[in-house]
Design a protein around this ligand. Structure first.
Ligand code: SF4
Length: 505
């Protein structure tokens, strides 16, 4: 993989042939993925999609000591208003001196769309430099400048000599991608081109010494732990605890990191992803460019996936025996703690919505708790999830809906499946809650989900929610979703051209 010489990264539709329109069983999905049949599937009707700029901001807004310049009309990134307070609090959990989210907009108008927006961008960069003196200035490039052809990289190249902050263009115009996870690549592309630096040994040694020095670095026990914005500080602490139990050091990035953490990334012995959907672009390039190996397989949720994740890392450092002991002890304690919750959860029927990897691993976790998983709803699907989905019990009948947004399909599906509980991502939960289904978020910035401690917390929360579903029943009694009754009689995947669940087109 080497896209770094390009100014902009490819979108995931092209790079990974990812799919965002599918309705069928889990088994069919994996089969279609492995035979390459998912690419290019479409809907005959679609509600709106999510803009990749918004998801880029989910990472960028967390960076400490950085100013975000949204280069576009005032509406792009308007949702930042809702994030500002939260970003500050969460940054301060990592560094008490953090200033929180600072963002500017170039506020492009119709006149700018004709004359070009480069002057306004230049003015914004100077303002950010003078006013805030940040370590990094991130330029978030939206649809308008991408369409009118503002030469952002040319402008940055000229200005960088005069500005002390590192300027990082991130090209994420919403119109370019229907697979919104392309946002992750856009952010990492900007970081790889501007923040990541060659490791010190590149300049310091003669070529003959390079192998020896590389060996030294691989023995150094630092791991780049790639976090995601949908994990909490508690999640980070739990995973760090497990890695430190193996005597490993952790460099956490990209979320809530200081820009300097990207420089340190090239000194680590190993990069470890907690979500293949999130990180393959970054760690693939770190390996291709700087020879840093990576682990990219699953998310440490539940006993099975946390143990597999830990073992993969331990194997790299020759610490399998130590990891086995750690896993055995953690599992023993967890199983003891889970015993009273299992009785309540046994046989309860769940539906899960969110990102492909988190949803697949959450399904395995619920099955470990004795629950039945009726269906999954995921934003997009690519080959990274094949192994996880292929290993799910009941995959032959488990329904999967691949959809970015498209709540009408989920509403229909939930009306038919009638799960006891819905575990969902932000933006999906409200729809299920209004249908009277008890809801448990699959992530929250103040909640623990990952590792062994995370599984206990999930079980505890599920039991509490299932004990008293009256809030959602009352909600359903006093509200309704905006769909006609006849829609609920139809096939939920009637508008998807791959309808393998019922054979309808
Ligand atoms: S789709 Fe384009 S114009 Fe709309 S918010 Fe996203 S980047 Fe801005």
């Amino acid at each position: 993989m080497d896209y770094i010489k390009q100014k902009t990264p490819p979108v995931r539709e092209d790079r990974l042939r990812a799919c965002n329109a599918f309705g069928g069983t889990c088994c069919d999905l994996v089969g279609a993925s492995r035979s390459g049949c998912l690419y290019g599937l479409k809907r005959a009707f679609a509600q709106t999609y999510t803009c990749q700029l918004g998801l880029s901001l989910a990472i960028l807004n967390t960076l400490r000591d950085a100013v975000i310049i949204i280069h576009g009309p005032i509406g792009c990134g308007g949702s930042n208003i809702a994030n500002a307070g939260l970003a500050k609090n969460l940054q301060r959990l990592r560094d008490p001196r953090a200033r929180g989210l600072i963002w500017l907009s170039t506020n492009l108008t119709e006149i700018d769309a004709i004359r070009g927006g480069e002057d306004k961008l230049k003015e914004a960069i100077w303002y950010a430099e003078r006013e805030f003196r940040p370590r990094a200035i991130i330029i978030v490039n939206s649809c308008v400048p991408a369409l009118i052809g503002d030469d952002i990289d040319g402008l940055v190249e000229g200005l960088q000599k005069e500005v002390s902050a590192t300027i990082v263009p991130v090209h994420c115009p919403g119109f370019k991608a229907k697979i919104m996870a392309s946002a992750y690549d856009a952010v990492y592309h900007g970081a790889l081109r501007n923040l990541v630096k060659a490791p010190a040994y590149y300049d310091r040694v003669l070529p003959d010494d390079l192998e020896e020095l590389k060996e030294k670095y691989s023995r150094s026990r630092t791991v780049n732990l790639l976090n995601v914005s949908s994990m909490s500080r508690q999640d980070e602490l739990e995973l760090t605890r497990l890695l430190q139990a193996l005597d490993l050091k952790v460099n956490l990035l990209p979320c809530y990191a200081h820009p300097d953490s990207f420089e340190d990334a090239t000194e680590a012995a190993l990069s470890v992803s907690i979500c293949p959907t999130h990180d393959d672009y970054f760690i693939g390039h770190l390996q291709a460019k700087y020879g840093i190996p990576f682990i990219l397989r699953t998310i440490p949720l539940g006993i099975k996936h946390t143990s597999a994740w830990l073992l993969d890392i331990a194997r790299f450092f020759g610490l399998e025996k130590e990891a086995q002991q750690l896993i055995a002890e953690e599992t023993r304690q967890l199983q003891e703690a889970l015993a009273p919750y299992r009785q309540v959860l046994q046989g309860k029927r769940a539906f899960i919505g969110g990102g492909e990897i988190r949803v697949g691993a959450t399904a395995a976790l619920l099955q470990e708790l004795g629950m039945e998983v009726l269906g999954l709803r995921i934003y997009h699907y690519d080959h990274f999830a094949d192994e996880i989905y292929d290993e799910l019990n009941g995959k032959e009948t488990m329904v999967v809906n691949v959809a970015t947004s498209q709540p009408f399909e989920q509403a229909n599906l939930l009306a038919k499946l009638k799960p006891d509980i819905y575990l969902g991502h932000v933006g999906l939960n409200g729809w299920a809650a209004k249908q009277g289904i008890p809801v448990c978020p699959v992530y929250g910035v103040n909640n623990l989900y990952m590792g062994y401690a995370g599984m206990f917390e999930i079980a505890r929360r599920l039991v509490r929610i299932l004990k008293n579903p009256s809030f959602n029943r009352n909600l359903a009694a006093h509200t309704r979703l905006p769909y006609f009754a006849k829609w609920y009689q139809e096939n939920p995947f009637a508008y998807i051209d791959n309808n393998v669940l019922t054979g309808n087109k």
